[in-house]
Design a protein around this ligand. Structure first.
Ligand SMILES: CC(C)(COP(=O)(O)OP(=O)(O)OC[C@H]1O[C@@H](n2cnc3c(N)ncnc32)[C@H](O)[C@@H]1OP(=O)(O)O)[C@@H](O)C(=O)NCCC(=O)NCCS
Length: 241
């Protein structure tokens, strides 16, 4: 649930050529019941940093209020701090096997982001990790989280990982239900992790990769998800060249 190394930009380590930006609009037919006719998942560029910072803080303030994290800590989060961290990370291309995506609504606003890479940031790890996934609370329940999660697991799969893990606060029921809906499950792992300066409990979730996503129980019909999945695979394939 943190960020830290997870922005995944290249330091002195190996890098992989990636386009500055790649985007694939999801046709409006994918979301027939929505007011918002399309969403875009693409790789972020440096100018996205302020929006990403704002999304990060707003998502945390909504998700972790009510005892999951201290109110004074949440009140003290500033989008500008997060934005600065992202701006630094986005000046460099992501390292090989790391990936990051943002979701845009049809008005062109960045409303969510996801970051992935090798587990614990260890380049030689055989497992992938979903480091962070956040959607602006005003956009929750409209499919952005699902689209970002698809992009994330596709990227990890394309990078060669066969399994992925993530850490989630045990009291973050919305996120846990969301992940469980998409085939993730607790493997019993637990830890206390310092996340941006605060010690929080976390439970580990795990999911095999390279298998079809199970959308049978989602609100989105399978034809629509087919379009969604194809649309999201394109940026990942482009970056592999
Ligand atoms: C967890 C989180 C990422 C989910 O994002 P989201 O954009 O709300 O997720 P989605 O919209 O894709 O799916 C959530 C719900 O919308 C529904 N949905 C999905 N696609 C939809 C669509 N096209 N149209 C309408 N509803 C849709 C889902 O079925 C699901 O229903 P539910 O509310 O009954 O569970 C988001 O709540 C969040 O950012 N939380 C705070 C940060 C956080 O906890 N991150 C995870 C830390 S490990």
């Amino acid at each position: 649930m943190g960020l830290g190394h997870e922005i995944g930009s290249a330091g002195a380590g190996p890098s992989q050529p990636r386009p500055a930006s790649s985007a694939e609009a999801i046709p409006s037919s994918a979301f027939p019941d929505q007011e918002h006719p399309a969403l875009i998942v693409r790789e972020p560029v440096e100018t996205d940093a302020p929006s990403i910072g704002t999304v990060h803080v707003r998502a945390w303030q909504k998700a972790y209020r009510g005892g999951l994290m201290p109110d004074e800590y949440l009140d003290g989060l500033f989008g500008d701090d997060r934005a600065q961290m992202w701006a630094e990370g986005l000046r460099r291309p992501p390292r090989a096997t790391f990936a990051r995506f943002v979701a845009e609504d049809d008005g062109g606003s960045v409303v969510g982001f996801v970051t992935v890479g090798p587990a614990d940031g260890e380049l030689n790890s055989s497992e992938g990790e979903l480091y962070a996934l956040n959607v602006d609370p005003d956009a929750w329940g409209r499919g952005f989280g699902q689209a970002l999660l698809l992009a994330a697991t596709d990227a990890l799969s394309e990078a060669g990982f066969r399994e992925a893990l993530l850490w989630v606060h045990p009291g973050n029921e919305r996120a846990r239900a969301f992940y469980e809906r998409f085939g993730w499950g607790s493997d019993g792992g637990q830890r206390q992790e310092e996340v941006l300066g605060v010690l929080v409990p976390e439970v580990r979730y795990r999911r095999p990769l390279g298998i079809d996503h199970d959308f049978a129980s989602t609100a989105v019909d399978s034809d629509a998800v087919g379009v969604l999945s194809i649309g999201l695979r394109l940026p990942v394939l482009e970056t592999a060249t």
